[in-house]
Structures are given as structure tokens and as C-alpha cells.
Design a protein around this ligand. Structure first.
Ligand code: GLN
Length: 538
């Protein structure tokens, strides 16, 4: 079948969940047997979000092929179980970069290079790139930002042109917000009407409207919106707040959104999507009674999007173990030897988060020392693993000034050090050790038992590494290096075998956890936390 293109735009306000709606549609189409991928086009000028502070756009996600991506790609993978790549995330920066490179090469043969057609052609080329591989029946393209933003104009112009070219092989879904005004006790449709008008002024008529709302929108209000916005009455659906984002595909299906998409794109399909494994997961969410409490020690805890993939990986693992998940966010800057007992006791397990730089690092050491001495199930991820290594050096190996050269370039004991290849790098963007790498796990280790395999591939995003000069000392003192990159001999996993569950991974296993294929190491961590809780309460 010819590839069909679905465009998802947003209006009224940002943060409406375009990523979740795109993912939900993809999830339903996939469950009907279609080959689907989702891509995000971000109007900002950064080449990728790799150089962005998490306070800007939340977590930076990493694809298997080593692209630092918008966190929505994490949702795409978690909902569809389909891997994304660098081709699934394009920014204005990337578009301009390639147009300017072409101009410098002389590809434009003396023409004046302009937003239309050169920038828009480049955007169209990127939108169709994955479609042209022949690997997909549906390409869902989420346009970042809100209709009306200056910076999204070239993207919307490209969508307008493509809709004209593709005809029924394309459709536009517009997501808006219907606020409830408490004083008037009324849901208000005007913002939606205005944002659809803004889209129409750009030459795009949405085919389907998805309305975010906190309250049920009555049928006559939906019909009124349809009438004012030139949209068929059956193509206006609501997306009411639900207790879990993973219920959104079911809410969309209940309103026939997937059928509407198929009908409008003239696609033949089976009567129903087969959602059994998904429904099983939802059933587990709804029937869990016990709670597992996990502390997350990090410096961005006031912004939950900063640890999106970790939150979701924990949630997948807890749900499959029939538990409700309680994440207790602990600000690493506020942890010290004096209050750590108060902050961490009561938790069933502790995660020490990834991160960069000095801020909050001493709190991570204090937390890890306490967890190690109290034998709490503890999971260190990336910087968290590096902190495990440093804390062990200081308090067990007796190397009191041990550190990472990231924090202390002149430390006498650089147990974590810059990789040789990183030493000459001057540009920060896209130059870390990025993407999926092989790792061989030691037979019989907790990590190998967790994965039920001694060979894995997980994704990385860091510059610093365990310093192999200290490996022997660690092994002898009881911290085992149980995961190694076979080609580069880099230490990827450390653990203390004598502890209940004390494991650090240089990689980020959270990036590969999906609803239908949860992360084995998160599952093992959660199971250790449940066991620990049960022992405590006995
Ligand atoms: N800052 C550390 C490094 O660059 C860890 C990075 C991370 O936690 N993602 O190696």
C-alpha cells in the first residue's frame, strides 16, 4: 500500500499531549497490523535537544543510532514498540544547516535561496524520507509548538503543500484545548475556533479535531465545534484527562478515532485492532493494590519531565509486578550525611539519576553511602553509576579524594575519567558516546540474571568512563565490574554481589523500556525492592 501521512498539529496552548495522541493513534494502527512510525518536527533552531538544559524541554532522549532526541520519541517507542532513529526528529536548525550546506556547495545554481521553496522543500523532503523507504504504511508527523508561532510557519506551509500533493493519502489532526471556566461553570469553545481559524488562514483545513478537556464535553458542544470549524461531526473527539497516559489509545478507540483515520485515508483494515497485551497491561494498572516506593535522587526533581524515561520504565516494571508505583523525588542538593537517614529510610529502593556537572553531586554520594551501608536495593544510572564508583573509592578503597575528572579535573584518583577519544573534542553538540553499544555480562552476575542473557545492547549518553587502571582494586574490595563493552573493554556495569541489589549501569536502560517490552533490569530492580519491602513488613 502507498504510504499515508498523518499530520498532528496543536493549538491554543502547549503541553496538550500531541506526543501522546500521535503515539495512541500509532498504537492503534500498529495493533491493526499496519507498519507505523512517528516523527517529530521541532521548530526551534537548536540542531538537536542534546545541548538543551532539561529545564527547557525536559529529558533528552537517545535513539539506538545515537541521536539526541526530543522526549516525545520516548513516548513513540513506548507506545508502539517500534524503534526510532535520527530521521524521526528534525529541527529548524537541521533544516537550515542542510540548506546552507547545499548553498555553499553551489547546489542551487545561482538561485536566491528562500524560505519558500528551499526551506519548505527541505522540510517536505525530510517529512517523506521515512515514507520513501517503503518500510511504513503510515507516517505520523507531529509538528512541535503551537499554531500561530512564528517559527512553525515554514513547517505548516510544507504541510499545506504536502496535503495538496498527497490528497487522500494525508490528513491533518488538530489538537486543541477546551477550558472549563469555573466561575461560569462552562466549557469554552472559542479558543478552539480561533486556533482552527489560524490554521485555515495558513491554508490547512483539519480533518479531525481532538479536544483536550478536564470535563466531558456534551454532544451539542462537540457538534457546535464541528459546525464552526468545518469538520465532520463524527470527527470531533475529546481527550479527557485519564489516570494513565496508557489509557489514551483506548479512549481514542472508544470514539472510533482509528476508524475515522482509516476511512479518511481510504485504507482497508480488519474490524478491530488486537489490543490484548495492551489491555492486559491496563488491567494490571487497574488491579494493583500494593505500592512499591522508589526514591529518585537527582538535581532536576522539581521538573518531572527531566526523568521521563526513568519514570516510565519504573512504571512498566512495577505494573508488570502488580504494584502501584510511588516515586519519591529527592533533591540531591538537599541530601547530606546529617539528613540522609530521614530522607531515605522507608523507601523500598533508590535510584541515583543521570546528570552532568558538580551541582548536587555530594548529595548523591551521601545517598549512596547510606544505601550501601543499609543494603537498600540501589540502582545507579550513568552519572548515578559513576557516583557509586566514586563513593566506593572514597569510603571502601580509602581513596578520599577520588572523583570524576568531570567534577575535579586534578583529582589524584580519577576513578572516572574522560575517554581518550573525548579529549580532543571542543564542540559539545552530538559528540558524546551516544546510542546503542554491545555489552557482555558476567555469567552468574545479578545483571546477567536480570537480563537472562550475557549479551545485551543498551543506549549510552556520556563522555566519562570507569577508569580501568582501578579495576583490580574494585574487584578485590567487593565491587565487581560485571558488564563490559567487548570491543572497547569499557566497564558498563558495576555491582556489589554481597548486597541485595546494588547495581550501576553506565548505559541508560530506561530508554528501551516499552509497554510491550519492559526493561529487564528495571524489572529486576523493582522485584528486589518488593522483596525488601516484604521482608521489612514481616
Ligand atoms: N556527566 C557524565 C558523563 O558525561 C554522565 C552523563 C549522564 O549521566 N548521562 O559521563
Amino acid at each position: 500500500m502507498d504510504t499515508k501521512y498523518i499530520f498532528v498539529t496543536g493549538g491554543v496552548v502547549s503541553s496538550l499531549g500531541k506526543g501522546i495522541i500521535s503515539s495512541s493513534i500509532a498504537c492503534l494502527l500498529k495493533a491493526r497490523g499496519f507498519r507505523v512510525t512517528i516523527q517529530k518536527f521541532d521548530p526551534y533552531i537548536n540542531i538537536d535537544p542534546g545541548t538543551l538544559n532539561p529545564y527547557e524541554h525536559g529529558e533528552c532522549y537517545v535513539t539506538e543510532d545515537g541521536h539526541e532526541a526530543d522526549l516525545d520519541l520516548g513516548h513513540y517507542e513506548r507506545f508502539t514498540n517500534v524503534r526510532t532513529s535520527r530521521a524521526n526528529n528534525v529541527t529548524t536548525g537541521k533544516i537550515y544547516q542542510s540548506v546552507i550546506e547545499k548553498e555553499r556547495r553551489g547546489d542551487y545554481l545561482g538561485k536566491t535561496v528562500q524560505i519558500i521553496p528551499h526551506i519548505t522543500d527541505e522540510i517536505k523532503h525530510r517529512i517523506k524520507f521515512l515514507g520513501n523507504t517503503g518500510n511504513y504504511d503510515f507516517i505520523i508527523t507531529e509538528i512541535g509548538g503551537t499554531v500561530g508561532d512564528i517559527e512553525s510557519l515554514p513547517f505548516l506551509e510544507a504541510v499545506r503543500q504536502l496535503r495538496w500533493e498527497l490528497g487522500n493519502r494525508s490528513l491533518c489532526i488538530h489538537l486543541t484545548y477546551v477550558p472549563f471556566i469555573a466561575a461560569a461553570k462552562e466549557l469554552k469553545t472559542k479558543p478552539t475556533q480561533h486556533s482552527v481559524k489560524a490554521l485555515q488562514e495558513l491554508g490547512i483545513q483539519p480533518d479531525i479535531l481532538v479536544l483536550r478537556t478536564e470535563k466531558d464535553i456534551p454532544g451539542d458542544t462537540l457538534r457546535k465545534i464541528a459546525l464552526f470549524c468545518n469538520v465532520a461531526p463524527d470527527s470531533v473527539v475529546q481527550s479527557k484527562d485519564v489516570s494513565s497516559i496508557y489509557k489514551v489509545p483506548l479512549c481514542m478507540h472508544a470514539q472510533h478515532l482509528d476508524e475515522i483515520v482509516l476511512r479518511k485515508t481510504e485504507t482497508q483494515a480488519s474490524a478491530e485492532p488486537s489490543m490484548e497485551p495492551w489491555l492486559n497491561f491496563i488491567h494490571k494498572i487497574d488491579t494493583a493494590t500494593d505500592t512499591v516506593s522508589i526514591g529518585l535522587v537527582g538535581k532536576y526533581v522539581e521538573l518531572q519531565d527531566a526523568y521521563k524515561s526513568i519514570n516510565e520504565a519504573l512504571f512498566h516494571a512495577a505494573t508488570y509486578s502488580s504494584q502501584k508505583l510511588n516515586i519519591v523525588y529527592i533533591h540531591s542538593e538537599k541530601v547530606s550525611d546529617n539528613n540522609v537517614d530521614e530522607l531515605l529510610s522507608g523507601l523500598d529502593g533508590v535510584i541515583v539519576a543521570p546528570g552532568f556537572g558538580q551541582r548536587g553531586i555530594e548529595g548523591k554520594f551521601a545517598a549512596l553511602k547510606w544505601c550501601r551501608e543499609h543494603d537498600i536495593p540501589t540502582f545507579g544510572i550513568c552519572l548515578g553509576m559513576q557516583c557509586m564508583v566514586i563513593e566506593f573509592a572514597r569510603n571502601v578503597l580509602g581513596l578520599s579524594e577520588a572523583n570524576s575528572t568531570e567534577m575535579a579535573p586534578r583529582t589524584p584518583d580519577n576513578v572516572i575519567d574522560l575517554m581518550e577519544e573525548q579529549k580532543s573534542i571542543s564542540h559539545l553538540g552530538g559528540t558524546m558516546r551516544l546510542g546503542a553499544f554491545e555489552c557482555v555480562l558476567r555469567e552468574g552476575s545479578k545483571a546477567a540474571n536480570a537480563y537472562k542473557s550475557t549479551y545485551i545492547k543498551e543506549r549510552h549518553r556520556h563522555r566519562f568512563e570507569f577508569n580501568n587502571a582501578y579495576r583490580e582494586q574494585y574487584e578485590q574490595a567487593g565491587m565487581a565490574c560485571t558488564g563490559e563493552n567487548p570491543a572497547l573493554h569499557l566497564v558498563e556495569v558495576v555491582e556489589i554481589p554481597s548486597k541485595r541489589w546494588y547495581i550501576g549501569t553506565q548505559y541508560h536502560p530506561e530508554y528501551s523500556s516499552t509497554v510491550l517490552s519492559p526493561s529487564p533490569i528495571f524489572a529486576s530492580f523493582i522485584d528486589a525492592a518488593i522483596e525488601f519491602r516484604n521482608q521489612k513488613t514481616k
